[in-house]
Unconditional design. Sequence first.
Lengths: 303, 272
Amino acid sequence: MKRVLQSIAARSTIWVPYFWLLLLFLAPFLMVVKLSVSEPAIAQPPYLPAMDFWDGPPGWWEDIRQFSISNYIFIMEDSLYWKSYLSSLRIAIIATSLTLLIGYPLAYGMARAPRAWRPTLLMLVILPFWTSFLIRVYAWIGILKKEGLLNQFLLWLGVIGEPLTILNTNIAVYIGIVYSYLPFMVLPLYANLEKQDVSLLEAANDLGCTNRQAFWKVTWPLSLPGVIAGCFLVFIPTVGEFVIPSLLGGSDTLMIGRTLYDEFFQNRDWPVSSAVAVILLLILIVPIMLFQRSEGRAKEREQ
Amino acid sequence: MNRSWSPFNISSVVLGFAFLYIPIIILIIYSFNASKLVTVWAGFSTQWYALAFQNTSLMNAAWVTIRVGLISATIATVLGTMAALALVRYNVFKGRFLFSGMIYAPLVMPEVITGLSLLLLFVSMGMDRGIVTVILAHITFSMCFVAVVVQSRLISFDRSLEEAALDLGATPARAFVQITLPIIAPSIFAGWMLAFTLSLDDLVIAQFNSGPGATTLPMKIFSQVRLGVTPEINAVCAILVAAVASGVIIASVLLKRQEVRRMRAEQLAAQA
């Protein structure tokens, strides 16, 4: 009896979370794929075939025969969509580079701080990550807008003659992304830089390198795994970002997360938004696989 | 670049932290501004806090958010811990590959897709959107984060401790509750905190899966912010930031203290 109870406990440890994810992650995802080949309709729910979960296999088969790729053709032909994809990728690449540019010196400085301070500095990087993402993005509105604090400050300094328009432009989106995702860049970089053996740099000096040369010949190549991890951690979520472009961006800031959201909530075209989602995921699969591979390799190297 | 704590390194750390913290500090300072104009300072006042607390729709949203957070974080912690145990303890079972894929995929899935896909599920099952659907959605993505956090602790866990308990006659359930659970408890707690803040923070997934009467605080803030910055929203944000920051700081101090106590106990045991 005891043994039976034990094996039930062991099995449910696997099966309860397994079924949960099958039902609430995999099944919904397959439904997005399915909906992307359905037709929009003025009905409740607003698409055809309705594919009622309770229809059973014969009903499902009937629905499958009605599938079409018209939504994908529509997305290919309408320039709004592919422009959104391209512009998301461009914004994500530029923002990731900017985050690296700001994050690297910060991580480097932290790794060179007195040993006793490092845990505190690390916690200070993680802490903003725990505070609301939405609020951190919102905080920038008051700073960047025309009569905002940044413009007041620059006017007071005399750097500019009249207020700059920053809010609702792509520049504001870049600032928002760099700000929100900076911890994702700094953490892997810091983990890497902190582990590096300083005696390697001394050896480089002894062999006649200046400090600058030693950095580019020793520290930088050794830190590449951290750079790669940080860049992927910033790039992947940025491509599908919704909150930052919709709060800080202008009407001309095209990002696919926002296009999908508007397609769904304003145009109420569920099938097209599903097709947009499927293509977005196909685009993201490449960097995600590359990231997993480089992580796997990093783990092997450690062992 | 210099390898010591040089002026260059000091200034990059100082500038980096200034960039990370100044926006939040400004937000908090201006929540005490007497003026209705968010960017003009007109003296100290707590009137926006009073107004925020009197705003019933704001308070309702806060209450919905707290309930969703507490319930979803708790269930997600149980499910996530089970998933972590399954991944670490049972190396071979049917569908393990799919299982670990489903744990990691939600971590990188764009929120708009997670939100949309869950909505489609709820619609096809004929469920009305409301607080229950938001809770289900939050459990689903946050349990994966909990699983990852607990898993990393379980991997470094020394199983011989549990085996010793079993040799001494404890049942597996007792060994788990008395040995394993206390050791992995900090990571379970950290997982719960993470799940709670993820739920507190989520806008996009809630936007897709919530219905009338189940507006969460981020949804409320988002719709208000689109109309413009108000000092009242500043006040609400400042309260949230203060609550989360103090929660995290208290939690990390407690964990640290526990760690120190454990290390001391280990030292004593080694001496004896």
